[in-house]
Design a protein around this ligand. Structure first.
Ligand SMILES: [Zn+2]
Length: 287
């Protein structure tokens, strides 16, 4: 987390080539490799809950008051906060850090397209996750809100943000929850990916995050149409919901991207020189 705070103060100073992550992450210690995979899997999990929100909004014809992309982030954060586990809290902390790092790597806010785009700025998405965290439980999440230097006044009004999100989502989702009987039919498929994507694809599958979200959907919500979850090579780092096929697609390139994003911030144990940062990349659209 200290790393993130340093980044917050120097976001615009970082501008170098995209990092190269060795296929098997040689050069990193075992602990570093575990951290890289945890961070990438947790960010993938947040993105999958965000895509599940798009699926629910579409299939249940939920009302959306405000930007749908913000609503999807809210639903993902709310879903993880309701888990109330240390693991889910770590997912949210990693997701917030992920938006900070991607904002720096891709120069979020440096282009006009960032302002007319469907998504809020990456840094705003990070802060809003932390805001809902502290808004849901100020005792548990005051430390992370302080680390992100959200001032006390805003931390206190985050409670209203959370209460509004919680009340709104309960109002539209409760009637669609599985109380008895069957929920949603979800088929999960992992397509093969070789070459430079093999390691990320294997790490994604092994992490279990895709199956976890699929199971959450099966057991929590009643959708009439079956849903397909497909993990595959796409040619871009992305994840998205396709309303035409009622399908959530996760691109292995996105897992690899998160791994590179985090790896670029780790100290190189074999060299005094810092690794190249993940700046200057071309950001994928969608999600
Ligand atoms: Zn989205």
């Amino acid at each position: 987390m200290k790393r993130v705070l340093a980044l917050l103060g120097s976001a615009l100073l970082i501008s170098t080539a995209s990092p190269a992550l060795a296929q098997d992450m040689t050069g990193f210690s075992k602990a570093q490799r575990n951290d890289i995979i945890r961070f990438a899997a947790n960010n993938s999990l947040f993105v999958l809950y965000h895509e599940m929100a798009h699926l629910l909004i579409d299939q249940l014809r939920l009302p959306v008051l405000g930007k749908e992309e913000d609503a999807a982030d809210h639903m993902a954060t709310w879903t993880l906060l309701r888990h109330r586990t240390a693991e889910a809290d770590t997912v949210l902390a990693d997701a917030a850090e992920g938006w900070i790092l991607s904002g720096i790597a891709y120069g979020s806010g440096e282009y006009e397209a960032d302002f007319f785009g469907a998504h809020s700025l990456d840094k705003q998405r990070a802060y809003q996750i932390v805001c809902l965290m502290v808004g849901s439980d100020d005792t548990a999440f005051r430390p992370i809100a302080n680390q992100y230097a959200i001032d006390r006044d805003r931390q206190d009004t985050c409670h209203y943000d959370y209460e509004t999100v919680d009340r709104s989502l309960r109002a539209v989702l409760d009637e669609h929850r599985v109380d008895s009987g069957t929920g949603t039919k979800v088929d999960v498929t992992y397509h093969d990916a070789g070459g430079r994507l093999r390691f990320a694809a294997d790490a994604f599958r092994s992490s279990g995050v895709f199956d976890r979200v699929a199971e959450d959907l099966r057991s929590t919500y009643k959708l009439r149409r079956p849903v397909r979850f497909n993990a595959k090579r796409c040619g871009e780092a992305n994840a998205y919901y396709d309303p035409a096929t009622v399908e959530i697609i996760f691109c292995y390139e996105l897992m690899k991207d998160y791994m590179e994003l985090y790896a670029a911030e780790l100290p190189d144990e074999t060299s005094p020189e810092p690794r190249e940062k993940g700046a200057g990349k071309v950001k994928s659209s969608g999600s």
